[in-house]
Design a protein around this ligand. Sequence first.
Ligand code: NAP
Length: 275
Amino acid sequence: MTNFPRAAVIGNPVSHSLSPKLHGYWLKRYGIEGEYTALQVMEDALETTLRTLPSQGFIGANVTIPHKVNVMQFADKITDRATLIGAANTLTFKEDGRIFADNTDGYGFIANLRQGAPEWDPKRGPAAIFGAGGAARAIIVALADAGVPEIIVANRTRAKAEALRSDFGARVSVVDWVQADKMLEDANTVINTTSLGMVGAHDFKVSLDELSPKAVVTDIVYNPLQTPFLIAAAKKGCTTVDGLGMLLHQGVPGFERWFGKRPDVDDETRRAVLA
Ligand code: NAP
């Protein structure tokens, strides 16, 4: 066993994850002796891996696709926000092997918006969300917590957006995907949480004609950094925020818990992760 703290990102596949670069950079920047690695874990090996890691010097882990939901059943304590979202992305292993689970995606989303658009006032009007997948769940919980008065969701598969409304209550309303542009009219915050626009995925084709230049617009896709969705919103005069910062900020609470230092997310961090 090593005599320095270890953490990892657990997923399958996991080689694409930027988390090792991010945490490796922070460890170096703050002169902390520690290790952060990527572990490819098959679904049927998830429990054994989680039970074994603490005895190998691991103090925590980030969790990515496809384990974010399944990991919850092995946790001994789950934060309220992870319970509400129904998924965890940050685990802390106690010395006795107990597992604490949290979800920091929503925190990362809000911290990124506040950093990229300091003038953003969540209470000023409705939020319009494209997509109803795992990331949208975390973002809806965070937006409601930040005081957004109304959250409108459009998803290709309408039933998934309806499920969000039944889980998160009256503040959430649903519009058809084919009428998604209609939710933009009064929107104060506009978010793409679909994979549309990502390298290798289909294009984002919903018209942004109805978008007010006062809206703050963000895309959680960060490859490319400037997605066609953000470029179109910028052309309408909106403040836009790219999705890389969400990924960087969601790593902050885990790093602080495991390695005892609250890390900065700044231009230097962005450069290190993009290098
Ligand atoms: P997910 O649960 O698989 O959800 C995918 C979403 O994209 C669903 O709403 C899906 O609609 C929609 N979608 C996919 N293909 C579509 C198409 N051709 N037309 C219309 N809608 C389509 O994935 P997720 O975990 O929420 O992640 C979504 C995206 O966010 C991914 O690109 C991921 O890399 C990115 N992400 C970024 C961060 C960050 O830190 N910046 C964090 C998490 C995720 P249906 O329900 O109809 O299939």
